[in-house]
Design a binder for this molecule. Structure first.
Ligand SMILES: [Zn+2]
Length: 98
């Protein structure tokens, strides 16, 4: 798998300069997985598995998808609440996840 994305190390990423660096339309990865962050249409690079014990069975896993930019935001959100269970590559998601 290789995608035409810049390396995540670039701290100079500027969301306001969205002039086609991300080729989102039409080439959205193996299964067209898109970041779960609100308003974000970027290719998902991580799958966050989480569980809210007040709502879900203990072995249930909910999935959020995250691009490189939103991985920290989403994983912090879940881990602060104690919900975050695992982070895996989206390719490793199965039908059991949902
Ligand atoms: Zn995103």
């Amino acid at each position: 798998m290789s995608f035409p994305f810049p390396p995540p190390s670039s701290g100079a990423f500027d969301p306001s300069a969205s002039s086609g660096t991300f080729a989102s339309a039409g080439s959205a990865g193996p299964e067209g997985l898109v970041c779960s962050a609100k308003g974000c249409r970027a290719q998902a690079r991580h799958a966050l598995l989480w569980n809210n014990p007040k709502l879900h069975d203990a072995d249930r896993r909910k999935v959020w998808l995250a691009c490189e930019e939103h991985l920290t935001y989403l994983s912090d959100f879940l881990s602060l609440r104690g919900f975050l269970k695992d982070v895996i590559p989206p390719e490793e998601l199965t039908d059991a996840h949902g």
